[in-house]
Design a protein around this ligand. Structure first.
Ligand SMILES: [Zn+2]
Length: 240
């Protein structure tokens, strides 16, 4: 067994060393991966919101950056064009439940319904797909995890943008903590967060950072997300 493991590792070594740098990203657009870039994922919860989300989409397009949006279902009606724009620009669209419930405390049928209702709305607009989930507040009940049938994404960097509502502080917190592979939690519901996100991109792109979707980040790291795990990054999971 041990020898087999060593051989396998040796055989895989060239792949492990070179695959991340050479893999093409399909989920995040058409960008070719190069060895010099440091990949991170900006994620935006609690949208869509007509004014702030539109501004953010404009800013992302101007900078050639991709992001992931975890949408609240009840905010989608009336904002369908924005959701279509997200997908058209190469962003990943995910599920943040229908009414932003705490899944950890919800009844079994509410957990299923809250996720399903948003899934249906997204399928009506974007077609069938696997719309990954960010549980509101990052909270799920480990014992009832089998009720959730889609990958779940937590985060590795939280500047608490919703709390400080100050773009300068949010930028400072992110820039002082950022590491390659990070999944950054922001909320496109707040103008200060949109401002901060664009400043973060402007500061980090010259340092070799590339902004990709969460799905693309997982592809780059060679991770296929498993059901029942809550991912902080493509290589780390949240423990309870
Ligand atoms: Zn939220």
């Amino acid at each position: 067994m041990k020898r087999c493991f060593v051989i396998c590792v040796l055989l895989l070594l060239p792949v492990l060393l070179y695959a991340p740098q050479r893999q093409a990203v399909s989920a995040g657009g058409t960008a070719e991966i190069t060895g010099d870039l440091k990949y991170v994922a900006l994620t935006f919860d609690d949208g869509p919101r007509a004014d702030t989300t539109a501004l953010l989409l404009n800013g992302l397009r101007a900078r050639g950056a991709n992001a992931t949006f975890f949408l609240i279902g009840e905010q989608i009606p009336g904002n369908e064009a924005l959701v279509r724009r997200m997908a058209a620009q190469g962003h990943q669209v995910g599920n943040h439940t229908y009414s932003h419930v705490i899944l950890e405390k919800a009844a079994d049928n509410a957990i299923v319904e809250e996720i399903q209702k948003t899934q249906v709305l997204l399928e009506e607009i974007l077609g069938p797909g696997d719309y990954w989930l960010r549980p509101p507040y990052g909270m799920v009940d480990r014992k009832r995890i089998d009720l959730i049938r889609t990958p779940m994404i937590f985060w590795s960097l939280d500047p608490e943008d919703w709390k400080v509502l100050d773009s300068g502080q949010v930028v400072e917190r992110v820039l002082s903590q950022i590491q390659p592979g990070d999944i950054i939690l922001l909320h496109d519901f707040y103008p200060t967060s949109v401002e901060a996100a664009l400043q973060i991109i402007d500061a980090l792109q010259p340092q070799g950072y590339a902004f990709v979707t969460v799905e693309a980040l997982f592809q780059i790291y060679g991770t296929t997300p498993l059901l029942g795990e809550l991912y902080c990054t493509a290589t780390t999971i949240r423990t309870w």
